[in-house]
Design a protein around this ligand. Structure first.
Ligand code: C5P
Length: 395
């Protein structure tokens, strides 16, 4: 996903979270956007225009009467080519100004003068009591009614030492929201259940059997489905990845846990995407104590088969649209075709096996009733987006 060609006006208002705006500007630019920073006087107490100018490569504006704009109409000039205005951080006072249509500094005037086609997003940042105050909550309701998109706030430790709602979202979360904002909503009103990561099958309290799946492909798909407008549930085995923003996470350990969690959530799902590398077998008798070395003799482990989650979902009386993944170390095309039929699913996604586990890149081939269709090699986020488009086309 990228913001290539998008022009974002990034508004900064007074708040400690201004320190995150520098990181946010960098993230937006890295994602391909051009960023025009406009700051309020209060924001200048927290971060200097010099920093923001150096990061964005553009002059920063604060003053409504800035003579650098030849016609002295900064509030018009700065918004006419914008694809979105993002106020981050947005103080309680600036929210009040937006609600009342204030136009007493450049940023508020610019928001009021923006064409109705330019979306306004605000990322509130304030003390928990300020956020919870009925006055602020009235302003929040009004902003929503006015079509302003609220991004956050998050809960947690605050600069003032108190804890609760009011923290500005992290730059990467705001980037994620902006990316979602510009995505075509191919999965609007769809419910999507995704499995991801490995499973871990215990042998004893300290040992187990797992595999090298990092979860990156499944998490990328969860983000892409969310960005495409879906309500996403992600059932994940143990991974080192952060929970994707805006997605319902269900964390599991074993294949049986994953099976049970999927069955609990499968009703009313429109699409099921099984990306998890589920262990085929589990140890029949898990030792309650750590197995001790016994004079050089190896322990005898008995295995039994785990449930095939994908096949079980595909065999439901009214299955959702099922998509499977297959990692093959050889004969991908041949195995891919037969695996799709064996699992009884309309779409199987093949990749060239364990080499791509844990990597940011992947190479995918789609198998459906019509044959095989290579998606080529790309980073997992791009492939996830392509895959969402392919699924949407087939639905
Ligand atoms: O049979 P194989 O493990 O190669 O199939 C891979 C596909 O089946 C993947 O989509 C995987 O998530 C799913 N699967 C499953 N439950 C299992 C084994 C695999 O859902 N027990």
């Amino acid at each position: 996903m990228s913001l290539t060609g998008k022009h974002i006006v990034l508004g900064l208002t007074g708040g400690v979270a201004c320190y995150k705006a520098a990181e946010l500007a960098r993230a937006l630019i890295k994602a391909g956007a051009s960023v025009q920073v406009v700051m309020t006087e209060a924001a200048r107490h927290f971060i200097t225009p010099v920093t923001m100018q150096a990061l964005t490569g553009k002059p920063v504006f604060t003053d409504q009467w800035d003579s650098r704009i030849s016609n002295n109409m900064a509030h018009i000039d700065l918004t006419r080519h914008a694809d979105a205005i993002l106020i981050a951080p947005c103080s309680a006072d600036f929210m009040r100004k937006l609600v009342h249509g204030a136009a007493d500094d450049l940023l508020s005037t610019l928001c009021l003068a923006r064409p109705s086609t330019v979306p306004l997003l605000v990322a509130p940042a304030m003390n928990v009591e300020m956020w919870q105050n009925p006055a602020t909550q009235r302003n929040v309701d009004q902003l929503k009614q006015d079509g302003v998109s609220l991004c956050g706030p998050a809960a947690g430790e605050q600069a003032c030492g108190e804890t609760g709602l009011g923290r500005m979202l992290e730059p990467e979360q705001l980037l994620e929201m902006l990316l979602a904002f510009f995505q075509p909503k191919l999965f609007q009103a769809k419910k999507v259940l995704i499995t991801a990561g490995p499973t871990f099958e215990p042998i004893d309290p300290v040992r187990g059997i797992t595999n090298l799946s990092s979860g990156k492909m499944g998490y990328a798909l969860a983000r892409a489905a969310h960005a495409a407008g879906a309500e996403v549930t992600l059932v994940s085995g143990p991974t080192a990845l952060p929970a994707p923003f805006g997605i319902k996470m269900v964390s599991v350990i074993t294949a049986r846990d994953m099976h049970d969690a999927v069955m609990v959530h499968i009703a009313h799902q429109d699409i099921f995407i099984a990306v998890a590398a589920v262990a085929d077998w589990r140890v029949s008798e898990v030792s309650q104590q750590k197995i001790k070395k016994q004079n050089g003799a190896s322990p005898e482990l008995q295995f039994e088969q785990n449930p095939d989650i994908l096949a079980a979902v595909a065999a439901l009386p009214k299955p959702p649209y099922c998509v499977g993944f297959a990692a093959e170390s050889e004969n991908l095309l041949e195995y891919g075709r037969t695996k799709r039929e064996k699992k009884g699913i309309p779409l199987l996604v093949g990749n060239i096996g364990p080499q791509t586990f844990g990597k940011d890149e992947n190479e995918l081939v789609l198998f459906d009733a019509q044959g095989d269709h290579p998606l080529g090699r790309a980073d997992k986020d791009t492939l996830a987006q392509q895959l969402i488009a392919e699924i949407a086309r087939r639905l």
